[in-house]
Design a protein around this ligand. Structure first.
Ligand code: ACM
Length: 509
């Protein structure tokens, strides 16, 4: 037990939370809340705190006006009942870099008779704590919350979600809507798959035809699109305000038909390809023998890296069936150092294990265990996205109207029932940076579709990535918590799949 924890417990016993509300029997104690991801330590105390619509801050140091305003606004969206008097709830924020906490995301959240105290090393920890508190406010039922202390920290530092905006284009607003939903479940990385055979989705100043031509196609046609660099930065900023880091992906050397349709010189035969509206994969490749190819890739990496504050750049590298292996290795061995040159760490799908990997490289395991193990043996870290457990575009079952099933059906129970550090022999906990749930876009066209495939499975991934429950984590326990989030999905307007294995509660329950 940490010294800070002991001090916190003593203080809290001393100050007391002994005020006993007249309605205590109906007040939820904090350990009863269906918090997802499950918090790591929780202790109930006697007494309760009245929750008021009016919020008073006591922000001890480094007050973040933007975060304060957003907390206030969200608080008032949830707590609408003003009550009969003018009382308020006190929210005390203590940011102290000397606290004995495990990471910037760790926090203590205390409910005591005088108010609520959040302690963290930085705004990021405050933000994660706020998501816990937000869930409690939504789920509390009565006007009070039982007293107690939560000590929470993430198991893995990378808990991601990927959205494929290339197969179908999603507007800035649709992307922000998803980011906002991710934040509520403490997801902290948002990977954007920005280019593929069917579309190129980010403007590149030095190569404007990429979006003029490559931005106009998508699966099955219809109105496609792309992000200007300002729009991309707007998304990055929106995510950063929610303490989510954007990871841009430009998939090379395969999955490049949209680029090959935009510029003849990227093709070995100097002939532009036709735009592509189908769903097949593995037929396209950049011309690895041409210098112009590397100038192109470098320009793209430079321009995107300059407007991406996060540490990673994802080079794709998957399913390069049209690139002979020798050529593939030659290509990625030239491209990986370009990522470093512009100050980023490289991530690639597990196929990149064939290249020379710098020590800070990340291999994203999706299909081939040998690739992941080989990456580890070369000193890389692994990001766990096993297709048969973590691909959000897999159907729940044979009746699911959208999605694929090449990696099997993944119902909500299966999505929850795996452990990153025991899945692949030779990939141990210390090799893993975290987990990511990719959502490929061939079959989805709008926010309803995104939400239907992501919710409720995403909550399971959020919990696997965050909670240290280890072997004690069971589906039977989790599905009771998940059922209660049906209420939240309704309140938040999330269009989710009502998996029949879960006894969903509704907003009126
Ligand atoms: C992939 O699903 N091709 C990474």
């Amino acid at each position: 037990m940490s010294r800070f924890f002991l001090t916190a417990i003593c203080l809290w016993l001393l100050i007391g939370c002994h005020h006993v509300s007249h309605s205590e029997n109906s007040v939820k104690s904090i350990s009863e809340f269906a918090l997802i991801p499950k918090v790591n330590q929780i202790e109930d105390a006697s007494g309760s705190l009245q929750i008021r619509a009016k919020l008073d801050f006591n922000w001890k140091t480094n007050q973040n006006e933007d975060l304060k305003n957003r907390i206030t606004q969200q608080w008032q969206q949830i707590i609408t009942d003003q009550g009969t008097d003018d009382a308020s709830t006190l929210l005390e924020i203590i940011i102290d870099t000397t606290l004995d906490l495990k990471s910037e995301e760790s926090y203590h959240l205390e409910i005591h008779e005088h108010g609520i105290t959040i302690s963290a090393l930085s705004d990021e920890g405050v933000y994660r704590a706020w998501q816990t508190l937000r869930q409690m406010l939504y789920l509390k039922g009565e006007h009070s919350i039982g007293c107690g202390l939560i000590i929470d920290f993430p198991k893995y530092s990378y808990r991601g979600a990927m959205l494929d905006v290339a197969r179908h284009f999603f507007s800035v607003d649709e992307v922000k809507r998803y980011i906002n939903q991710l934040a509520f479940y403490k997801i902290n990385y948002f990977h954007m798959h920005l280019s593929d055979d069917q579309g190129w989705r980010i403007h590149i100043d030095r190569w404007p035809l990429l979006t003029e031509i490559g931005g106009t196609s998508q699966v099955d046609g219809g109105e496609a699109g792309f992000y200007t660099q300002d729009e991309y930065q707007d998304i990055v900023q929106y995510a950063a305000e929610r303490f989510i880091t954007v990871v841009p992906e430009i998939d090379v050397p395969g999955h490049t038909n949209a680029a090959l349709a935009s510029y003849a010189e990227l093709n070995c035969d100097n002939k532009k390809r036709d735009r592509y509206y189908g769903r097949e994969v593995g037929f396209s490749t950049l011309c690895v023998d041409k210098e112009i190819t590397y100038q192109f890739v470098e320009d793209v990496i430079r321009e995107i890296s300059q407007i991406t504050p996060g540490p990673y750049f994802h080079i794709g590298g998957d399913e390069t069936h049209a690139t002979p292996e020798e050529d593939y290795i030659q290509f990625i061995n030239r491209v990986i150092p370009l990522v470093g040159k512009y100050g980023k760490k490289v991530i690639g799908w597990d196929e990149i294990n064939l290249g020379e990997l710098p020590p800070d490289a990340v291999v994203q395991y999706w299909a081939n265990t040998e690739n992941a193990v080989n990456g580890v043996q070369k000193g890389a870290k692994v990001l766990m996205s096993p297709a048969s457990y973590a691909y959000l575009d897999m159907k729940y079952d044979s009746l699911t109207p959208i999605g694929y099933h090449w990696a099997g059906y993944i119902d909500t129970q299966r999505a929850y029932s795996w452990t990153p550090e025991t899945l692949v022999e030779g990939v141990e906990k210390e090799n893993i940076i975290g987990i990511e749930a990719p959502l490929w876009g061939e079959t989805i066209t709008n926010s309803d579709d995104i939400e239907y495939l992501a919710f409720p499975r995403l909550l399971g991934y959020a919990e696997i990535g965050w909670s240290e429950r280890g072997d004690s984590r069971t589906w039977d326990e989790y599905k009771k918590d998940l059922a209660i989030h049906g209420k939240l999905f309704e309140k938040l307007g999330i269009h989710f799949y009502r998996d029949p294995k879960v006894n969903w509660l509704t907003a009126s329950d």
